[in-house]
Design a protein around this ligand. Sequence first.
Ligand code: AMP
Ligand code: ZN
Length: 112
Amino acid sequence: MSCLFCKIAEGSIPSTPVYQDELCYAFADLNPQAPVHVLIVPRQHIASLAETTAEDRPLLGHLFWAAGEIARAKGLPAGYRVVVNTGKDGGQTVDHLHLHLVGGRPFGWPPG
Ligand code: AMP
Ligand code: ZN
């Protein structure tokens, strides 16, 4: 498996860990877009949200729970954003499902 985020989650490519458990691994984004920018990935390889199935529902819930836990630990009282870029139009560049947790500054809407 030549997937970048699989290798990061298993530890064969270095990263800065933020949170981990049996289902997911969270680490600092290499090119942060905000003072807090964490990526949360399932340990299981899933290419994108578009590839998820009904079987993945507990895992998807777990990933969002982890995002909330990390945000609470970081202390982001003014709020934050959780983003799942999906496919070409969604701006996804790494084909392993990941949640971006970004915070520490205000964000605009709609996205570009
Ligand atoms: P996306 O564009 O939604 O697919 O997001 C991919 C993210 O992965 C980008 O924010 C990149 O900065 C980040 N990224 C790419 N390679 C690494 C890496 N080796 N370690 C940490 N973050 C990375
Ligand atoms: Zn992968």
